[in-house]
Write a protein that binds this ligand. Sequence first.
Ligand code: ATP
Ligand code: MG
Length: 137
Amino acid sequence: MERTYIMVKPDGVQRKVVGDIVGRFESKGYQLVGMKMVQPDRSLLEDHYDSLKEKPFFPKLMDYMSSGPVIAMVWSGKDVVATGRKMLGATNPLDSAPGTIRGDYAIDVGRNIIHGSDSVESAEREIGLWFTDDELM
Ligand code: ATP
Ligand code: MG
């Protein structure tokens, strides 16, 4: 079954929206197959966002993502990568539709609450970065 990597970012943990986010994926019909709280180190974050290394906002992104613990999750189910991205909403919360997670909780692209894998290939790569096989059901 298709899997995706979903991560509540430090601002989402501070804002106490983890329960709501888990509830949305459960209600939709997806299966939680792994979850843990992590204080990520820089090298893990640099690997995770490897494709953005040359972007001008990359240093700020590293500061933001290391500002507190994150909730790392793997969800499984039909079309979960693309549907999960729809549930998150657009990257910039000012463009995210109300009813999406970012649309409901954020106004700043630099504090946009949640991450979701953008393809099946990146999902498998990210799951491998954040989890060992024995941490997943
Ligand atoms: P994510 O990978 O976190 O799910 P995304 O796939 O929607 O988000 P990416 O292009 O992969 O968007 O950017 C990764 C993250 O980098 C964004 O979620 C956001 O936190 C940050 N980011 C992206 N663009 C900007 C920007 N212009 N200014 C500041 N931060 C940005
Ligand atoms: Mg991305």
